[in-house]
Design a protein around this ligand. Structure first.
Ligand code: BG6
Ligand code: MG
Length: 219
């Protein structure tokens, strides 16, 4: 027996947009005189736009009303959109197409569980929109990661039990969400940060052989 679905995060797993999110938040924080660096950014990976903004604004001694917060979120998103404008298949991280092919060859369904409302544009630019059997709509999911909701939404769309799915994530909040959903997790990145994952790989280059196949053998 193996798992029946593999549910991917997008930013930082399939493509390096995690860095673009950081650059856009950094520019906003700099403009407001709020300190923000790559270490702080680890807390924002997988976290929704408004929650991320609130994390940054909480480090200021000023208060920001709802209108200002909306304007700042739009400003960050407009900047982010300019950064991802030219995104193309060349921006796919190594091993991702091989992972999709490995899953397809075994009839394992492929889902996307990204917190990003820009996900449809990003996967279209990457040329992989048709590789997913289901793409969760971040705007329709009540609770963001680390809540399990978005991963459960994909399992539900596939009509499978959560324990028959695995998730792939680069964010601590994302790994927590996968585990809270009752799925097994492949972490991509630093094992010290992704402690809850069942298996951690430093990058996606050997995702199929060293991640997906290993969990399939354990199932
Ligand atoms: C997640 C990213 O995938 O999407 C976060 O890891 C980001 O950094 C979140 O804040 C929401 O993205 P967006 O594109 O809707 O602002
Ligand atoms: Mg991510």
């Amino acid at each position: 027996m193996t798992y029946r679905a593999c549910i991917f995060d997008l930013d930082g797993v399939i493509t390096d947009t995690a860095h673009y999110h950081f650059l856009a938040w950094k520019a906003l924080a700099d403009g407001l005189g709020i300190p923000f660096d790559e270490d702080d950014n680890h807390h924002l990976k997988g976290v929704g736009r408004m929650e991320s903004l609130d994390f940054i604004l909480a480090r200021s001694d000023r208060t920001f009303d709802a209108t200002t917060r909306d304007r700042l979120a739009t400003e960050k998103n407009d900047h982010y959109k300019t950064l991802i404008k030219g995104i193309s298949p060349a921006d796919l991280l190594p091993g991702i197409i091989e992972a999709f092919d490995w899953l397809d060859a075994r009839g394992i369904r492929i889902g996307l569980a990204s917190a990003s409302k820009n996900a449809p544009e990003v996967i279209a630019g990457l040329g992989i929109a048709d590789r997913f059997h289901y793409v969760a709509d971040a705007g329709a999911i009540p609770r963001g990661k680390p809540a399990p909701d978005i991963f459960l939404d994909v399992a539900n769309a596939f009509g499978i039990a959560p324990e028959d799915a695995i998730g792939v994530e680069d964010a601590a909040a994302g790994v927590t969400a996968i585990k809270a959903a009752g799925m097994r997790a492949v972490g991509i990145g630093d094992a010290a940060i992704l402690r809850e994952a069942d298996l951690v790989l430093p990058d996606t280059s050997r995702l199929a052989a060293n991640g997906l196949a290993v969990l399939a053998a354990q199932a």
